[in-house]
Design a protein around this ligand. Sequence first.
Ligand code: DC
Length: 229
Amino acid sequence: MKKSPTTRSIVIAVDGTAASGKGTLAKKLAAHFHFAHLDSGALYRLTALAVLDAKGDPKDPADALKGAQSIDLSLAGDPAIRTDVVGQAASQVAAIGAVRQALLDFQRSFLASPPGGSPGAVMDGRDIGTVICPEATAKLYIDARPELRAHRRWLELKGMGIARDEAGLLAELNARDAADKSRPISPLKQAPDAALLDTSDLGIDAAFAAALALVSTKIEGALKDRHRG
Ligand code: DC
């Protein structure tokens, strides 16, 4: 059987809706297992920022592809990519097949050879368990009620000194999820073998404990296999 590019590393795929807590959980899982972590949403946000900075149109395939080809990964931690304007534009560039194709190799290489010689990687996004790494060792699909996600996002923005009205945030979040779920290419959906975790009624610690419980048997087993073998 032909081996897929990520077969040799241990992978936790974390997909889910916007502001569901998937990024925080992915980071915590990576720290717990000493795995590398990649927020794939940052790649689409960086693409969107490049397009907007160049005064391009995020819905235009040529502008969007140029953006994807010019992203500067050193800006992945830049707060400028976390704004809702960039989030909406990220969802638009993410619907373009050429953009997804341009970002595919980077994501698969990250999973095949996690940085720092780590035995595994955690990647969060929308299509990690369905398209980027269908053979992932463990898969989670994170969701929460939209009102709660909008409230969390409101609090996060408030913490950054950005005042937004919650109803507007909720409308944007619903629109972005609908676009991400309905696009023809790599839509957001739960992989058949992904475990669903609804974080609506869970604080961060409880959500992390639940996420860990859902993946630990598979990940501990894969780590043991590696040591044996
Ligand atoms: O997770 P996020 O909010 O940072 O993602 C921003 C947008 O990028 C999201 O609305 C859809 C897109 N995205 C995607 O299509 N596929 C991914 N693997 C990650 C993000």
